[in-house]
Design a binder for this molecule. Sequence first.
Ligand SMILES: C[S@@+](CC[C@H](N)C(=O)[O-])C[C@H]1O[C@@H](n2cnc3c(N)ncnc32)[C@H](O)[C@@H]1O
Length: 257
Amino acid sequence: MQPQADEIEYEFGVPFPGRIVEPSRWTNTALKRLPVRGPLRWEEIFGRQAPVVLDLGCGNGRALIQSALARPDYDHLGLDILPVVIRYATRRANQRGLTNIRFAVGEARDFLARLVEPHSVAEIHVYHPQPYYDIAEVHRRLITPEFLGLVHRALVPGGKLFIQSDNPGYWAYIREIVPYYFDFHELDGPWPDAPQGKTRREIIARQQGLPVFRGWGTARADLDPVQVRRLAEQLPPPIFDADRRLRLVDRLERETE
Ligand SMILES: C[S@@+](CC[C@H](N)C(=O)[O-])C[C@H]1O[C@@H](n2cnc3c(N)ncnc32)[C@H](O)[C@@H]1O
């Protein structure tokens, strides 16, 4: 069914940020194909110079769309490895008439390593990276020392990482390792700008009674590239018990969009 202009959409009873605008004002926020070679030129993508915000593993784009609506002076790029969720994200961003956001299909680690110019991004957000429950899939866990080194490299001096998870094992690992790269602060309670939940996954997790762990950090200024490389060699990989019982929430997340 064609959405109505001014319609408010709901996800699990929580309003999706923004309102649908008249079709004549819809935009095209899909970045069809990422280039083989980088670096990406943010000014070419957005047609202006502005601080850039990335959401890696952005899912249906709820958090990034909220940020794009609230901060018209920032440019936003959401990336996810799953084409279907990028389709959901672009549809919603298009229907809100946004010009300061793009979405692309891609793998986050490869994206940072290959396409993002060092020190060119103001903020990187990672909400609910998949914990992967099977031992055979542990290598797919996103948050690793190498990945955090790439996040650190992508950020401008003073740039920020925002991260959250509902998986206690993953969070124990994150809070151990992130402070090597960032002046890290854990948040007690929801983000002030999203009291009912910043992302789709957060909303589902909370409705299932799961705790949600949140934190943010500023890139440490005293780390040089040699030290970052050394940390990647020395720090432990993300080996933890992800607790298979939490798989139920993953199923709900997939089934109900
Ligand atoms: C648990 S969902 C969370 C989605 C969203 N951030 C939220 O909080 O609602 C994890 C998302 O990360 C994506 N993902 C997993 N591994 C990825 C990777 N290496 N690069 C990019 N996206 C990835 C998945 O496709 C999925 O959409």
